[in-house]
Design a protein around this ligand. Structure first.
Ligand SMILES: Nc1nc2c(ncn2[C@@H]2O[C@H](COP(=O)(O)OP(=O)(O)OP(=O)(O)O)[C@@H](O)[C@H]2O)c(=O)[nH]1
Ligand SMILES: [Mg+2]
Length: 288
């Protein structure tokens, strides 16, 4: 593997770029929302003073909110030899894409992730992960379609030990939270990992699609009960009028949002930053 670029040089500018893009991607949804408000209140009420008052009120409320959100630990626990990040969620929520982007993000920080293709239901799923492995320049451990996800998890951890890779990021098949048999399969994967290292998996991330809104709280609860979650990755925040979903999920559940995705490109994932996020949500100027 090539040496990753020095993260010290590039991270701040890129981080800023990410949240700027996040803010821009909200504009479409925000403009529709503002148009609705205009209809409700009538144009006359929407002068500059109205917006200033509204913004001040929101920001005042936001200070409490930010304090609450800041109190949560959002660091990924990547301490292990190797640490394991198990990625779960319902069908199509964005697991595989998030894993590809996360591998890229971690490489930029100087780590050497290894991907495990434990979604063995479809050959296409394995191919999709391989493609992300190429893009992010990380290795992918895969078996034949139909093989046992636990065996792949096992092999990936052994391979990571042999190669000095860390973390192992495990892709799993999408499963409806109502399918108890498939939840049992996840528990099996976890048992295999724990036999190799009682601390493993260090992270169990549920991937949620921002468009799903409130129903995602139900999904999280079921995954939480079945296997235990350490964090959430909220995807497809780009162009979603429901970017505020993070607020309600966090208010309702005890699982912190650790990652957010705003697109299908390599750089379209970042660690969740409540301050930047609230700023972007509250930035009203462009919409008015
Ligand atoms: N716009 C946008 N699209 C995304 C994002 N994340 C994922 N997608 C798209 O959502 C679709 C599903 O993504 P996958 O990563 O395949 O989802 P998955 O959870 O692995 O799906 P299954 O393995 O079938 O359960 C793909 O078309 C992705 O490109 C995002 O942050 N923004
Ligand atoms: Mg997938």
């Amino acid at each position: 593997m090539n040496a990753p670029p020095d993260p010290q040089d590039r991270a701040p500018a890129e981080r800023q770029g990410f949240w700027k893009r996040f803010s821009n991607s909200l504009d479409a949804g925000r403009q529709a929302y503002v148009a609705d408000l205009k209809e409700v209140f009538g144009r006359a009420a929407l002068d500059a003073a109205f917006w200033d008052d509204l913004e001040a009120t929101l920001i005042a409320a936001d200070k409490d909110l930010a304090a609450q959100m800041d109190a949560r630990s959002r660091d990924l626990n990547l301490e292990g030899a190797p640490a394991v990040v198990l990625v779960v969620g319902v069908n199509g929520s964005g697991k595989t894409t998030t894993i590809g982007k996360l591998a890229h993000l971690l490489r930029r920080e100087g780590r050497r992730p290894l991907l495990a293709a434990a979604d063995t239901y479809r050959a296409a799923a394995i191919e999709q992960l391989r493609l992300w492995g190429q893009r992010a320049q990380v290795d992918v451990i895969a078996h034949q379609p139909g093989s046992d996800p636990g065996a792949i998890a096992f092999d990936a951890v052994q391979a990571a030990r042999a190669r000095g890779a860390n973390p192992v990021i495990i892709d799993t098949a999408g499963r409806l939270h109502t399918r108890t048999d498939l939840m049992e399969e996840l528990r099996k994967v976890r048992r295999v990992l724990q036999r190799l290292d009682p601390q493993s998996p260090q992270e169990v991330l549920a991937v949620l699609d921002a468009h799903v809104g409130q129903n995602s709280a139900q999904q999280v609860k079921v995954f939480q009960e079945a296997i235990g979650l350490t964090g959430l990755a909220v995807t497809k925040m780009d162009g979603s009028a429901r970017a505020g979903v993070v607020l309600s999920i966090e208010a309702e559940l005890s699982v912190p949002v650790k990652l957010v995705g705003i697109g299908e490109g390599l750089d379209d994932l970042n660690r969740f930053d409540p301050g930047e996020y609230l700023d972007a949500l509250l930035r009203m100027e462009e919409a008015t």
